[in-house]
Design a protein around this ligand. Structure first.
Ligand SMILES: Nc1ncnc2c1ncn2[C@@H]1O[C@H](COP(=O)(O)OP(=O)(O)O)[C@@H](O)[C@H]1O
Ligand SMILES: [Mg+2]
Length: 248
C-alpha cells in the first residue's frame, strides 16, 4: 500500500478532466475529473449502473463517444485507438471474458500483442505467478476462478504496463479467492504498476487503496483517501455498503 499523502495531482500519470462518454448520443458518464499517480492504487466505487465500467471502457478507447481531456504520461489519448493506449502503457482487465477458455495458459500469454520479448516476458509471468507455471498446458476453462484471474492479470501485464485498469477483479470469486486476488492487486505497485480499479467489494478495496472516487449516475460525488472514504459513515452507508453486509 502506498502513501495517500504526497501523491499530488501534479505528479499524475493519468489525468482526466471533464470527461463525458456514452454508447450513443446519451452521456452515461458526465464531467468526470480524476487522476492516478505512478504506483498508486485508486478504487472507483458506486452502485450498480453508476457508469463505472463505462468509464473504464472510455479510458481504454472502447466507446464511440468520448469528450473532455484524457492524458497519459503527458500524451493526449482522447483520439488514440485502443492499440496506441496499450502501447503507451495502459492495460485493461475486463470484468468478464478476460481469458480465452479454449486456449492453454501458455497460449493465453503467447497471443498478447505489443510485447517486446514475449518468451522472456512469459517466463517473468511464471515467476510472478508460480501457480501458473505448473498449469501452462492446462486449458483456461479448466482452471479455478482464482487461477483464471491470475491468467487475466498475467495477460494484462505482458506488455509491461505502467497502469492497469481492473473492472471488478473479485467478481464471482469466493471470499477466500477475493483475498488472494486483492493480494495480487496490492503487489502491482511493487513492480511499478499503478492500479485504477472498479470494485463491488468497495469496503475491502478502499482499505488498501491510496485513494477512491465514488461515482453516482455517471458523476463523481466524492473523492478522498481510502481511509477517509471509509471513515465517512453516511457516505459509506449509501455508496459502499454498510459494515457487515455481503459486499463488504
Ligand atoms: N453496451 C451498452 N450499450 C448501451 N448502454 C449500456 C451499455 N453498457 C452499459 N450501458 C448502460 O450504461 C449505464 C452504466 O452501466 P455500467 O457502466 O455497466 O455501470 P456499472 O459498471 O457502474 O455497474 C447503465 O445504464 C447501462 O444500462
Ligand atoms: Mg460494471
Amino acid at each position: 500500500m502506498g502513501s495517500s499523502l504526497g501523491h499530488g495531482e501534479r505528479d499524475a500519470v493519468l489525468r482526466i478532466e471533464g470527461l463525458a462518454a456514452g454508447y450513443s448520443e446519451v452521456d452515461i458518464v458526465c464531467d468526470v475529473s480524476m487522476h492516478v499517480c505512478d504506483r498508486e492504487i485508486v478504487t472507483i466505487a458506486g452502485t450498480n449502473g453508476a457508469g463505472k465500467s463505462t468509464l473504464i471502457k472510455a479510458l481504454m478507447g472502447l466507446l464511440p463517444r468520448v469528450r473532455g481531456k484524457l492524458e497519459f504520461g503527458g500524451v493526449n489519448l482522447l483520439t488514440c485507438p485502443t492499440e496506441e493506449r496499450i502501447r503507451v502503457g495502459i492495460s485493461y482487465v475486463p470484468q468478464v471474458q478476460n481469458v480465452f477458455g479454449t486456449l492453454t495458459v501458455q497460449e493465453n500469454l503467447q497471443v498478447v500483442e505489443h510485447v517486446a520479448n514475449p518468451r522472456q516476458r512469459i517466463q517473468e509471468m511464471y515467476e510472478l505467478f508460480p501457480a501458473l507455471a505448473g498449469r501452462r498446458r492446462t486449458h483456461a476453462c479448466n482452471l479455478s476462478g482464482g487461477e483464471r484471474q491470475q491468467v487475466a492479470f498475467a495477460r494484462a501485464l505482458m506488455p509491461s504496463p505502467r497502469l492497469m485498469l481492473l473492472d471488478e477483479p473479485s467478481a464471482a470469486l469466493s471470499p477466500a479467492l477475493t483475498q488472494q486476488v486483492f493480494a495480487e492487486v496490492q503487489r502491482l505497485p511493487t513492480i511499478g504498476v499503478a492500479v485504477l480499479m472498479v470494485e463491488q467489494r468497495a469496503r475491502q478495496a478502499l482499505a488498501f487503496s491510496d485513494r477512491g472516487y465514488i461515482l453516482d449516475s455517471g458523476r463523481i460525488v466524492l473523492s478522498d483517501s481510502g481511509a477517509n472514504l471509509l471513515a465517512n459513515k453516511e457516505m459509506a452507508d449509501i455508496y459502499i455498503g454498510k459494515a457487515g453486509q455481503a459486499n463488504e
